[in-house]
Design a protein around this ligand. Structure first.
Ligand code: UT7
Length: 306
């Protein structure tokens, strides 16, 4: 037995039934590149049409350089810019807002936004790490942001952070604050594993999700009743359900797929979006809200007219 847990505990407390773990040697850049190929194909454009790569991950192949440059190379792109975003569960929405600004500002026609994670090699699969080891999973998703007809596309993005809670969900070592090298003490104390004050994160998430969703609607003069679908970051099924209830949204208007992938942090929203598209959940004219909360603390939303 790896750790003291049970399928019943995991399903009841998190909603996770299955996850995907990469093979050794597969990095977030590889998953991200595969997702990017699919997104570019579906957008019906060529790789060379992309003006900028934005890559959101908390599990990059290397501490540096970032994973975006590896996608530039793996896709055989011209020497376009490659920007890495480090905002964990909220990273994809931070990245999407960058793409929105570049496209709306007329700087690029198409920006590729990727969310990709390989958590599995970095989790603590002993009982001491069971609170995080049972929820996080590997995966990737990508979108191409491009020009939209008036009234359609990304209507607005809303980003927030509160750094006083940085240590409530973090990997604290190795650290350039003191010793950037791995030490025996660090390994013995397990300080190189993710550390999460789960209940604390949960409580803040349940407050911030509804807040930032309402903010996006208010900014656009829209109401909750106008919403066709909420696609939240897949943190925990109970968080998703609590957010839906707080907003009075029927279950059918709140997307959930955490049971298949676990919490894939920056990858969860683009994976969910892809499933919504493939499953015919999104029709032209639908109003879709994306929202996320995570380490930092950071939280964000984006409102989209499909
Ligand atoms: O992606 C964005 C960032 N992350 C999140 O949004 C995650 C937010 N937090 C959560 O999803 C939940 O807090 C967890 C799933 C991490 C934990 O669920 P919880 O209901 O908040 O449990 P807890 O941490 O309050 O722990 C309750 C009990 C504890 O035992 P005692 O102290 O009551 O005896 C834990 O030791 O459950 C125990 N526990 C487990 N038991 C079996 C914690 N993890 C496990 C486990 N299996 N995997």
């Amino acid at each position: 037995m790896l750790m003291d847990t049970s399928d019943e505990w995991i399903v009841q407390r998190t909603g996770v039934r299955e996850r995907r773990f990469v093979e050794p040697g597969v990095g977030a850049s590889h998953l991200g590149t595969a997702a990017a190929r699919k997104a570019i194909g579906k957008a019906g454009i060529a790789v060379d049409d992309i003006g900028l790569v934005v890559f959101a991950t908390l599990s990059p192949d290397y501490y540096f350089p970032g994973a975006g440059v590896l996608v530039q190379q793996q896709l055989g792109m011209p020497t376009v810019g490659a920007l890495d975003v480090r905002d964990q569960c909220t990273g994809f929405l931070y990245g999407l807002s960058v793409a929105e600004a570049y496209v709306k500002g007329g700087f690029h026609d198409y920006v590729l936004v990727i969310g990709a994670e390989t958590h599995s090699p970095g989790l603590n699969f002993t009982t001491a790490g069971r609170d995080t080891a049972v929820i996080f999973g590997d995966g990737a998703g990508a979108v191409v942001v491009g020009p939209a007809d008036s009234g359609r596309g990304i209507l607005s993005s809303h980003l927030h952070s509160e750094g006083k809670y940085a240590r409530e969900l973090c990997v604290e070592a190795p650290t350039f604050l003191s010793n950037p090298w791995i030490t025996k003490d660090m390994l013995e104390a397990g300080r190189h594993f993710p550390r999460m004050n789960g209940r604390y994160v949960f409580t803040h998430a349940v407050r911030r999700f509804p807040e930032v969703i309402r903010e996006a609607l208010a900014k656009n003069g829209l109401a909750l009743s106008d919403l066709s679908l909420l696609v939240p970051h897949q943190a925990n099924l109970r968080i998703t359900q609590a957010v839906g209830e707080a907003l009075g949204l029927p279950e059918g208007k709140v997307f959930s797929n955490i049971e298949k992938y676990g919490n894939t942090t920056a990858a969860s929203i683009p994976i969910a979006l892809d499933e919504c598209v493939e499953g015919g959940r999104l029709r032209e004219g639908d109003l879709v809200c994306l929202a996320a909360f995570g380490s930092g603390f950071t939280w964000a939303s984006a409102l989209i007219r499909w």
